[in-house]
Ligand binder design. Structure first.
Ligand code: TRP
Ligand code: SF4
Length: 328
């Protein structure tokens, strides 16, 4: 039986934080056991906002790949590749651009939000508007059945389906498969300062942080703001440290912490020390894998070379069908 095909991409933001790990990467790892998975670095997509500042892209790609592998992505099971190494993506992007109404792009809520959110960059570019068309090309190229993404990407998946339908209709050939979005549950890990966890806010706990760094970061986490003195009872439900316990601490211990916090039997310093320990225990296998990977960095590139060759074979076959359908 043929396995269903999964495809997903990430922009090369460099080292990943534990929000990226829990929100996306862990699912990628789990899915490689069951599906035919393609995971790629969307470096052209990164240019849509960072076209003026490209000096870190190469390092960011490498560091992100290391985190993928440290998390457990296994190149023997999943195909990993880099978008910009497969020019077929650009060719398909161009052809899909011919049939995509501008109005579909302008009404995209993610486009409008990003436009407002990202200040200090001129995003009134053709490339930024066309971002979802490039994403549609990434997805349709591999005839992916399912695409694991976060909520903000749902409009792009909807557009991908519309473009696939329109292509198949116009050229009277069922070249493309309409992909299904696999929504990752909304698990919003807050940063140490209670804002959204983000590398740019400096409030993120990174996958690559050492046990010492984790300890230090956890010790700065915001707790129940009403709990000022050690003797004040706390409310775990409003405390971000407690949200972390629910994820990283065994259930029994978490229940104890909850009860002790409410009775002021445990202080925040001790509570955080327990969390740091559990967080480190969770990350330890990944740290061990990371050391092995970093001892032989050339292996990372070999895995990408192999994955790229494999992906490009599919891309070439799809482009042949596309050219024939269009009668080029
Ligand atoms: N736009 C996605 C993001 O920012 C990255 C991406 C590019 C992607 N191409 C894709 C994700 C194809 C899934 C499928 O998260
Ligand atoms: Fe939060 Fe723990 Fe302090 Fe309670 S004891 S407020 S759960 S850090």
């Amino acid at each position: 039986m043929d396995k269903k095909r999964i495809l997903s991409g990430m922009q090369p933001s460099g080292r990943l934080h534990i929000g990226n790990l829990l929100g996306a990467l862990n699912k990628w790892v789990a899915m490689q056991e069951e599906y035919d998975c393609y995971y790629f670095v969307a470096d052209w997509h990164a240019l849509s906002t960072s076209y003026e500042d490209t000096h870190e892209i190469k390092d960011n790609i490498f560091n992100m790949l290391v985190d993928w592998l440290a998390a457990g992505i296994d190149p023997e099971k999943a195909t990993i590749f880099i978008q910009s190494r497969i020019p077929e993506h650009a060719a398909l992007y161009l052809l899909l651009g011919m049939i995509t109404p501008v109005s579909w792009l302008e009404r995209n809520p993610t486009y409008k939000e990003k436009m407002e959110e990202i200040k200090g960059k001129d995003l009134a570019t053709y490339g930024f508007l066309g971002y979802p068309v490039l994403q549609a090309a990434d997805i349709l190229m591999y005839k992916a059945n399912m695409v694991p993404v976060g909520v903000d990407q749902l409009p792009h998946l909807e557009l991908t389906r519309e473009v696939a339908r329109r292509f198949n209709y116009i050229y009277k050939k069922d070249v493309f498969v309409e992909p299904e979005a696999l929504m990752s549950e909304v698990l919003k890990l807050l940063g140490t300062d209670n804002r959204k966890m983000s590398k740019s806010y400096g409030n993120a706990i990174m996958m690559a942080d050492t046990p010492e760094e984790i300890k230090k970061k956890v010790s700065t986490m915001v707790t129940d703001p009403q709990r000022i003195r050690r003797n004040d009872p706390g409310d775990p439900e409003v405390c971000n440290v407690y949200s972390f316990h629910k994820i990283f601490t065994p259930a029994g211990e978490t229940a104890n912490i909850c009860a002790s916090c409410k009775k002021a039997e445990i202080g925040c310093t001790d509570c955080k020390a327990i969390l740091a320990e559990n967080l480190n225990r969770y990350l330890r296998p990944m740290q061990e894998r990371r050391s092995l990977i970093l001892a032989k960095p050339e292996k990372v590139w070999e895995a990408v070379d192999e994955g790229t060759l494999k992906a490009q074979k599919i891309a070439k076959a799809t482009m042949k069908e596309v050219q024939e359908a269009i009668r080029l």
